[in-house]
Design a binder for this molecule. Structure first.
Ligand SMILES: Cc1cc2nc3c(=O)[nH]c(=O)nc-3n(C[C@H](O)[C@H](O)[C@H](O)COP(=O)(O)O)c2cc1C
Length: 191
């Protein structure tokens, strides 16, 4: 798949077949994702790939995050769109039956939060494009990060900041493509 096609075809996948992706495939894709640029070339973005019972515990925490943090704001933003709320609830309650969940962390550097967060984001986008190219899918989620302490305690993580969860699997759905919003580029000095 050509890069332009992958950029346009990548969608957030929120339903998976449940099929397990081989460990060496995930390892290959993560190694490529980590070719992303990083501030001062620190190469700090850090990934924990979770499956099995620990993955099920992540699903429990995601469900709690929805009930405690997400549900209220969704109901405000999508007042007239009950289906959006229901679909979101289903996803947070199940993580789409993904076979694995990748927890993405940043490790603080002297460059600061701005640089560290953007370095992680670059690696995440690389990963999502690679998944798309492999006809696999994932969804970049910050919602469950509200319960960062629960997740870190469960995984035994110390000294790292959780940035996102990415449920990953074989897509069981082809989501529609959202329209692009215009007017987001300004040209100065071009006449
Ligand atoms: C920083 C960030 C956080 C996100 N957090 C969530 C999330 O918590 N739950 C979720 O279902 N989707 C989440 N998404 C996915 C967006 O909803 C999605 O990218 C957007 O609706 C556009 O759809 P597309 O990815 O299919 O193009 C997040 C995306 C980004 C970039």
């Amino acid at each position: 798949m050509d890069l332009r096609e992958a950029i346009k075809r990548r969608r957030s996948i929120r339903r998976f077949t449940g099929e397990l992706i081989p460990k060496d495939k995930i390892e290959e894709l993560l190694n490529l994702a980590m070719w992303a640029p990083s501030g001062m070339n620190r190469q700090k973005p850090y990934f924990i790939v979770v499956k099995g019972e620990m993955k099920d515990k992540l699903v429990d925490i995601s469900r709690k995050a929805f009930n405690v943090f997400i549900s209220k704001s969704l109901k405000e933003v999508f007042k007239d769109k009950e289906s959006v709320i229901k679909e979101s609830e289903r996803f947070f309650y199940t993580l789409g039956s993904a076979s694995i969940v990748i927890c993405v962390y940043r490790i603080s550097t002297v460059e600061g939060e701005l640089t560290d967060i953007q370095s992680v984001a670059a690696a995440i986008e690389n990963l999502l494009l690679l998944l798309c190219e492999e006809n696999l899918g994932g969804c970049w989620m910050t919602g469950p990060v509200h319960l960062e302490n629960d997740i870190n305690n469960m995984l035994g993580v110390k000294g790292k900041k959780l940035q996102a969860l990415i449920p990953v699997g074989v897509p069981d759905v082809t989501p529609p493509t959202p329209k692009r919003k215009e007017g987001r580029v300004e040209w100065i000095g071009w006449d």
